[in-house]
Design a protein around this ligand. Sequence first.
Ligand code: RFL
Length: 392
Amino acid sequence: HTADVVILGAGPAGLVLANLLRANGIDCVVLERADRTHLGARARAGFLAANTVRILERHGLAEGLHRHGREHATCEFRTEDGRFRLDYGSLGRGERHTVYPQQDLVTDLLARYLADGGRLCFGTEALAVLDADSAQPSVTAREADGRPVRWRARYVAGCDGRHGAARRSLPTGAIRRYHRDHQVSWLGLLTEAPPSMDAVGYAVHERGFAGHMARTPEVTRYYLQCERGSSPGLWSEERIWDELALRMRATDYGPLNRGSIVQRTVVDLQSDVLEPLRHGALFLAGDAASLLSPSAAKGANLAVLEAELLAEALVDDLVHGDRAGLARYSERCLAHVWRAQEFSQWMIRLLHAAPGAHDASSFHNSLRRSRIEALRTSRSQQHWFAEHYVGV
Ligand code: RFL
């Protein structure tokens, strides 16, 4: 088989790219390991930055999020020193989040791409990208029925996440990988319970961090800092709700709406960045390019931004014969990636006493209290926070 651009992965990065290439008449195909039902049900991100919404609007891909997404612009911090709210929508650049579950965005992007006649192979696992630095790159894959298949391409877009075939195919020495393990783990919970407050909640407690994020009027995501290596199944639903209530200080600030817990995943907070985001004809975007800890909710937003930049650069080359955009792609993305990494790391230090330790008397814990106090009292700090919190 052949296509001008073979896209690995149908997450936010791959599907935004596929839609944009398709709209410009470029011959492309998406290879996706999962089936359609699985893609439409995989709950992950939910907070879309204003710039992400603008990108989707620009390309006519924002109908669903405008219809069903809800604007959000407040967060609340709860600590041993009390609580305070930041209306970040009226600070910084005055931008808001749109809350729209990632699986709904993926569903919209898929529907649009397929309705426009886009080619997509579900159940097809990419195995390797071959000869990326030659004039004839190709992708080997295994189709749903187990048959091997080979796609020849001019360009390959690696949008298949952190454990995908694109990353695995990079020859050692060709790309530098920066990696940081923040030594903190979160139990990520998806609950069939209405949000308990009209703000994102960040609670810092001597037993560890707890977070509250609305997804829909019926569904709320919670996070609980947990021991590294904990097994999510060991906690009973009651123990989880009790722990959340304790850390979020429900006795002081109001009870949590309880409901059944429909997903639990332990997330080890880690970051990595590959440099450059290109090896010959293979370009990386989204989690395949850089992994962000979920502490600042940047991953899906960067994925969309990078997909737009890559689409523009590919259109410039394949339609207009201008390769300047492809040459600059990596550098342009990395400027955004490192800013997002910096803010995510700042959030981790804001929300956790010290890596791995809950020692209330520790030096790091005192720094953390001081950092929160600065955010509560300093207007310029609040503007800085708002700009970075919603921005990508
Ligand atoms: P995705 O979404 O992981 O999609 C990659 C796709 O590639 C497929 N795939 C393959 N296909 C073919 N061959 C192979 N060998 C393949 N290997 C993988 C996969 O099936 C999949 O369909 O990557 P993409 O497009 O780069 O998008 C990145 C985002 O999904 C990710 O950054 C966010 O979900 C991160 N994230 C959040 N980001 C935000 O911006 N805001 C948030 O509020 C937010 N919350 C979260 C999050 C991530 C979380 N987890 C699960 C780590 C909350 C959680 C709990």
